[in-house]
Design a protein around this ligand. Structure first.
Ligand SMILES: Cc1ncc(COP(=O)(O)O)c(C=O)c1O
Length: 440
């Protein structure tokens, strides 16, 4: 671990320096990565966790700490790209799981846990009367766009440049051949309602659904104007399309989802990540009038299975997480503490004259080292290499974040960790803040 205060002359020098420190501190992760390439494509299973020169290999995680293969302990502000909202191995969730493990690895049948868990979700979300459990956010969004197509007998889905709804609905890379239904997707600019209206004017009668993250997560924490989301709501009401909120990330902001914060309600909601209490999870949710089409007994039933969709351990972990940990008091405390962190970081940047815009909301803090707050991916000016510098610097100083540059705060992060992060952030600004001049 290092804390040099020397000023580097160019971004390339700075990155080269941090990378040398990183490589020499993490020989075991480096070796393991080389070995992983023999059996995993590019040594990797989950693209969003990869970062060069090689990712850290973790050996354990507890509460707010992750430990890597070289024995370094990090304060975790990556928090599994938002899935570890409760930190790692939360005691309340773990003890429910341990009790469940005794005789319930799998039933291969219907059980009470799925009903209890669904009931709790319905109770919390005003727009939800039925829940279809699935195994990932990707799967939830795939189902979410098929249901309106069947309901409306239309073929198009309207989404947004920079939207990320899973590995086959990745509109950060709209041209990717991994994406499904490319010919039937229309993309507008986030927060630019006129681009939506343009598409609707031309093809409105063919649009089955509008799919949107109410705060764009993976792209950089862009907040939607509430008026923008309200207008999407009214466009759907006018045209008969269904509005889908992808709340896989944003549901963390309130027990009734971010929709309850802004007071704009979708037809369908997708959930994922932390809702599984740390296990694989996805869910498509909505009112009975749409969702019941997925159920046996419906005269035009959309047949839809999934071996692990009602996995008993996921249902137990998710239900325990909601009942015991994801309660409004804890959510409020997390958002308030994260907002203090947000203000402290901003003050540091302002006092040093380093441009910084902090995106997203509450416990998700996206860092944009530029003068204007981006409204969508097209407004981001800072190049990826600066994110690399920021990430490697923090890792070299005992704080783990992902390459995305987002500080993801969990309920387990401690006051000491907030102080350490603020301190490291100040050193980073002092050492490298001037480099942002090159990008404005
Ligand atoms: C907003 C959003 N939707 C959907 C997904 C996909 O979820 P999963 O990775 O569980 O398939 C993600 C994952 O990052 C996400 O952030």
């Amino acid at each position: 671990m290092q804390q040099s205060v020397e000023t580097r002359s160019t971004i390339d020098d700075a990155v080269a320096h941090e990378q040398r420190v990183y490589e020499s501190s993490n020989p075991t992760s480096g070796r393991k990565f080389e070995a992983a390439k023999e059996v995993l494509p590019g040594g990797n299973t989950r693209g969003s966790l990869f970062f060069g020169p090689f990712p850290l290999f973790f050996s354990s995680a507890r509460s707010s700490k992750v430990i890597d293969a070289d024995g370094h302990e990090y304060s975790d502000f990556g928090n599994d790209l938002t899935a570890a909202l409760f930190g790692h191995s939360n005691e309340a969730i773990l003890s429910a799981l341990k009790a469940g493990l005794d005789n319930r690895m799998s039933y291969g049948g219907t059980h009470d846990h799925e009903v209890a868990y669904a009931r709790e979700i319905c109770h919390r979300f005003r727009s939800i009367e039925r829940v279809r459990f699935l195994t990932s956010g990707t799967e939830a969004n795939l189902a979410a766009i098929q249901l309106p197509k069947a309901e409306t007998e239309r073929r198009l889905v309207l989404g947004f440049f920079g939207g990320y709804h899973g590995n086959t609905l990745n509109w950060l890379e709209p041209e990717s051949e991994m994406n499904v239904d490319r010919a039937d997707v229309r993309l507008a600019r986030f927060n630019h309602i006129e681009t939506v209206e343009q598409i609707v004017r031309k093809e409105g009668k063919d649009i089955a659904a509008i799919l949107v993250e109410p705060i764009m997560g993976s792209a950089g924490g862009f907040m939607a104007d509430t008026t923008f989301l309200s207008r999407l709501r009214s466009i759907c009401d006018e045209t008969g399309a269904l509005l889908i909120f992808d709340e896989v990330q944003t549901a963390r902001f309130a027990v009734g989802g971010y929709q309850s914060v802004i007071g704009v309600y979708p037809d369908l909601t997708t959930l994922g990540k932390f809702f599984g209490g740390g296990l694989n999870f996805g869910a498509l949710c909505g009112p009975a009038r749409h969702m019941d089409r997925l159920g046996p007994g419906h005269e035009r039933m959309l047949s839809h299975g999934g071996t692990f969709s009602n996995n008993v351990l996921t249902m137990i972990a998710g239900h325990a997480a909601l009942k015991k940990v994801f309660v409004q008091e804890n959510v409020d405390r997390l958002n308030a503490r994260s907002n203090e962190l947000r203000s402290a970081l901003q003050r540091q940047a302002n006092s040093r004259g380093v441009p910084l815009q902090l995106g997203s909301f509450g416990s998700l803090i996206s860092t944009h080292f530029q003068a204007d707050l981006p409204q969508g991916s097209e407004d981001v000016k800072i190049p990826l290499i600066f994110r690399k510098l920021f990430q490697l610097f923090l890792i070299n100083n005992g704080i783990f974040i992902t390459r995305r540059g987002q500080l993801t705060v969990s309920m387990a992060n401690t006051e000491d960790e907030f102080s350490a992060l603020e301190n490291a952030f100040g050193i980073f600004l002092g050492q490298y803040g001037d480099l942002t001049d090159d990008f404005d």
